[in-house]
Ligand binder design. Sequence first.
Ligand code: G3P
Ligand code: CA
Length: 275
Amino acid sequence: MNKRKITLQLIGCVVTVLLSACNDSVITPSLMDEPRIIAHRGANEWYNESTIPAYKMAAEDGVDSLEMDLRMTKDGELVVMHDETLNRTTNGRGKVSDYTLAELKKLKTIECREEKIIFEGIPTLKEILETFQDKEKYYIETRLVDEKLLMEEKLISLLNEYKLIENQLVTIQSFSEKSLMKIKRLAPHVELALLFRKGSFSLTKAETADFPIIGIESSDVTHKIVETLHNQGKEVHVFFYDKKTQKAEQERVKKFGVDGYFTDYIHFTKKILAI
Ligand code: G3P
Ligand code: CA
C-alpha cells in the first residue's frame, strides 16, 4: 500500500471517530414543543408518595400530568399505590389484594421527614379523580392482580364516568403488553405507553409494538434509541430507578430530546427544561 493511500485511510478513520463522538453529544429536539413533566407518584419529594396532598402539590406546580400506579383490593376497588405490598409505605403488612377497601382505609401511609412522622390515607382512584376531575391530566399505570388482568374494566369505567378519555386527559402505561392490548379493546382512543423494565429494553420490540409512547429506564436510554423511535413518530418517556443519579441522568437524556420525564424532582426538571 502506498503512503498516500495509508494517509487517506487514516484521515477517514479520524473523521469517522470524530463524527460518532459528535453524534453522541449533539442536542436533538424532542417530538413535542415542550417535553412532558410527569409527576412520578405526585410531588413525592415533599410529601408521602401517591397520596392526595402529594398530587395537589404537583398540580399546584403546574406539571403536565400526575403519575400513579394502581392496585386492586380483595373486593375489587382500585387504590393508588406503587408496591404490591403495604410493607414499605404504610403501617400495614402483606399484599394489597388481600385487604378489602374498608380494611385498607384503617391503615395510613407513613413517612418520616425532618424528624416528623407524617401519616396520610391511602387514596382510591375514584377519590383522586373526584379531587382533580378534568383540571389535570392523568398518567396511570396498570398492574396485574395476582398475575391476572383484572383491573382494566374497572379503570376504564371510572375514567368514562369522569369523561377523561373523551377529553384526552389520560395516558395509560404498563409493563404488561397484554394489559395495554386489553385497554385498547375497551377504549380504542386512549393514549398508551409501553414500559420496559431496567435492563430489558428491546429496540426491536419498541419499534414493532403498536403504541405511540415508549417508556424506558434512564440507564437504558441512548441517543440512537431516541432517534430511531422518533423517526417512527414515537415519543420516548424516561423513568429513573436511582434517585441519587436522577438529576445527572435527566440532564444526559435531555440532550437526546426525550419527550417525557417521570420526575421525582419537579422544580429541577422545570429548571433544566426552562419551563
Ligand atoms: O411509570 C413509570 C415508572 O413509574 C415505572 O416505574 O416502578 O416507578 O412504577 P415504577
Ligand atoms: Ca409507575
